[in-house]
Design a binder for this molecule. Structure first.
Ligand SMILES: NC(=O)c1ccc[n+]([C@@H]2O[C@H](COP(=O)([O-])OP(=O)(O)OC[C@H]3O[C@@H](n4cnc5c(N)ncnc54)[C@H](O)[C@@H]3O)[C@@H](O)[C@H]2O)c1
Length: 358
């Protein structure tokens, strides 16, 4: 590790998120990406050439040994997040890991311990937190404008969104879980963020793989996707998460469903409500606040223009700012550990068919 003032990045994984999210995100933040890595070396070399990156490695250990690199992103299949993140921290790099943070709470704890030992920053690309609508909802909750939020209803329904039959996404040994880890973690993290990471008391979960097993619902994501091959993960995850303050998070996510695609976050509070639905209200003004009015409930369209735009670029810019000490870390690994514990409880509950105490 050098003592240069200028940060330089390495990107691990040249698949969809590495190419579309991480490299452009670092570059937009003014950080030079000096190396990329992918076991598919021709893929890494092509991406490096197209995106003005000077080095391409096939082995992540070679990239981690590169002294020019201060910060890395981990955009690899889920089961690699923990070992590669720990190796990167031990090599003295700051790490932005993809979601899901880890495939078990024990691994998440080891990642946090490695970050503390190394004195390097660790964060997770939970970029939905950076959307203007998420910021506005979080402010409303934190300022008490909604009163006590007794229900956070979060859903991401993709009617045809299975990321390739036979890809790592649908292989339990590589992914750990399916829709639960792919999109469930996004919506769960968002709900927990909006509510200020409340204490959870019990979880009831249900997982289904009925459409995936029929090989229907194929979607567009996944660089190595096929139309046949192994599928042994969930395509749907549903959970009721009971909170110590008496509230509830209801989570519904699915990669494939006989129903319309929808992404929605609704907060029901004792003094007001919030509803984020790009499908219902349009992408430009996706959020409504609800408050008591003369004739019943008034819907208010908030001005989101004062919030910076979201996405992976906002998440990466925020992480870089935290490394430089210019702002606090927005996505803390301890929060991701809490989310990882809930994801495990959802799986345990689904297996046992019972509610599990947290
Ligand atoms: N934050 C988000 O919104 C978001 C969006 C998409 C994906 N992701 C996450 O990013 C990760 C990658 O997803 P993706 O869609 O880019 O997958 P992908 O299949 O498109 O890309 C993964 C890449 O990793 C490479 N790879 C596999 N094993 C490797 C190894 N040992 N060393 C180096 N390279 C290796 C593969 O060759 C492939 O190019 C997943 O954890 C996924 O959950 C996050």
């Amino acid at each position: 590790m050098s003592t240069r003032q200028t940060l330089r990045a390495g990107v691990l994984g040249c698949g969809e998120i590495g190419r579309r999210g991480h490299i452009p995100g670092f570059q937009a933040a003014g950080i030079e990406v000096v190396a990329v890595c992918d076991t598919n070396l021709p893929r890494a070399q092509t991406v490096a050439k197209e995106m003005h990156v000077s080095r391409a490695y096939a082995d992540y250990k070679e990239l981690l040994a590169d002294p020019d690199i201060d910060v890395v992103s981990v955009g690899l299949p889920n089961v690699l997040h923990a070992p590669v993140t720990i190796a990167a921290l031990e090599a003295g790099k700051h790490v932005l890991c993809e979601k899901p943070f880890a495939t078990s709470p024990a691994l998440a704890e080891q990642m946090i311990a490695a970050s503390r030992r190394a004195g390097k920053m660790l964060s997770i690309n939970q970029h939905l937190r950076f959307e203007g609508s998420s910021r506005a909802m979080r402010e409303a909750v934190a300022e008490g404008r909604l009163g006590h939020v007794y229900l956070a209803d979060v859903r991401m329904i993709r009617s045809s969104g299975i990321p390739g039959y036979g890809s790592w996404f649908t292989n339990k040994d590589m992914a750990g879980a399916g829709a639960l880890y792919d999109i469930g973690v996004h919506m769960l993290d968002l709900a927990m963020f909006l509510l200020g990471f409340p204490k959870v008391t019990a979880v009831r979960g249900m997982l289904s793989s009925a459409l995936g097993e029929q090989k229907i619902g194929l979607g567009g994501w996944g660089i190595d996707r096929g139309t046949s091959g192994r599928f042994d993960v969930d395509d749907t995850a549903i959970a009721h998460i009971a909170l110590a303050d008496g509230g509830l998070i209801r989570l519904i996510v699915t990669w494939a469903a006989f129903g319309a695609s929808e992404e929605r976050v609704t907060l029901f509070g004792t003094q007001g409500g919030a509803d984020r639905s790009p499908d219902r209200y349009g992408r430009d003004t996706p959020l409504r606040f609800y408050q008591a009015g003369k004739g019943g409930m008034d819907a208010v369209i908030p001005d989101l223009s004062r919030y910076p735009s979201g996405g992976a670029s906002a998440s990466i810019a925020s992480f870089i700012s935290a490394i430089r000490g210019e702002s606090p870390l927005m996505v803390k690994p301890e929060e991701a550990l809490q989310t990882t514990r809930i994801l495990e409880l959802i799986q345990q509950s689904a297996l046992s068919g019972r509610e599990i105490a947290a």
